[in-house]
Design a protein around this ligand. Structure first.
Ligand SMILES: [Zn+2]
Length: 256
């Protein structure tokens, strides 16, 4: 993944991601609640870091997130200023997060997709050998996807989709693999959320694809299940690229 070196390098990715998002959320709430007003300066990075018990790196990431949302403005050598106190014109936070990382590391997306491909294809290899290839957790996730499709509950569908992939990994019973995947889950969820925003695929098509993978697992068709999953992940990478491009275009139009 990212080869960034920071004092919080040892922390699992998911926890680190949460930390700066939490800091960003709290600061954002202070701005929206009027505790921090337009023209006010945020405390120094080290003061914020001390208040939340996080690294200054996490604070920098949190402030960067607020800046992308247009709430604050950073100037070199000065403390960050609050420039806006409403939520109008917010771009989608998930898209922002992924785009931010994507823009600083263009390989980020492809790297993440490559890892998903490796892990999830191998997971299918493993679970099709099990006495019962799918667990109730996998079945429940697929059922939830179908229910969400029927009620056109878009975000419910996306959550169930992420749950489906997570459940497959859990079905291996390999705890170390679970640990690795759980740490990636935050990133993977972002990718699933963002890529599913591009309406190239209907909920019905997306559901059918997952149901086919499920059926192939039950039929212990390793090659078939793996081929379908790989194609799905590769497509997701393409969708995500489109989502980022669309979002960038929207942003560019606003700035004109
Ligand atoms: Zn999926």
């Amino acid at each position: 993944m990212n080869s960034d070196i920071g004092i919080d390098k040892e922390m699992p990715l998911r926890r680190r991601g949460r930390l700066y998002s939490e800091v960003s959320k709290i600061l954002e709430n202070r701005i929206l609640a009027g505790e921090l007003k337009i023209g006010d300066r945020l405390p120094s990075e080290s003061a914020i870091a001390k208040e939340f018990g996080v690294s200054t790196r996490a604070v920098r990431e949190a402030v960067q997130e607020l800046e992308v949302k247009g709430l604050v403005h950073r100037r070199h050598g000065e403390r960050t200023e609050v420039v806006r106190d409403d939520v109008d014109g917010y771009l989608d936070t998930l898209a922002i997060t992924v785009r931010q990382r994507f823009s600083t590391d263009p390989d980020y997306l492809l790297q993440l997709m490559a890892v998903r491909r490796m892990i999830e294809a191998e997971v299918l290899e493993l679970i099709t050998d099990n006495e019962t290839p799918v667990t109730p957790e996998v079945t429940a996730a697929l059922d939830a996807m179908r229910a969400a499709r029927d009620s056109k509950d878009f975000s419910g569908f996306v959550n169930a989709d992420a749950q489906f992939h997570l459940a497959l990994v859990h079905a291996t019973g390999n705890q170390i693999l679970q640990l690795i995947y759980d740490n990636l889950a935050g990133l993977i969820n972002e990718v699933i959320h963002v890529s599913s925003r591009v309406p190239t695929k209907s909920l019905d098509e997306a559901y059918s694809e997952h149901a086919s993978i499920y059926d192939l697992i039950i039929a212990r068709d390793k090659a078939g299940a793996k081929a379908l999953l790989r194609a799905q992940i590769d497509n997701s990478a393409d969708y995500l690229r489109q989502a980022i491009e669309k979002s960038n275009q929207k942003k560019a139009r606003k700035e004109d």
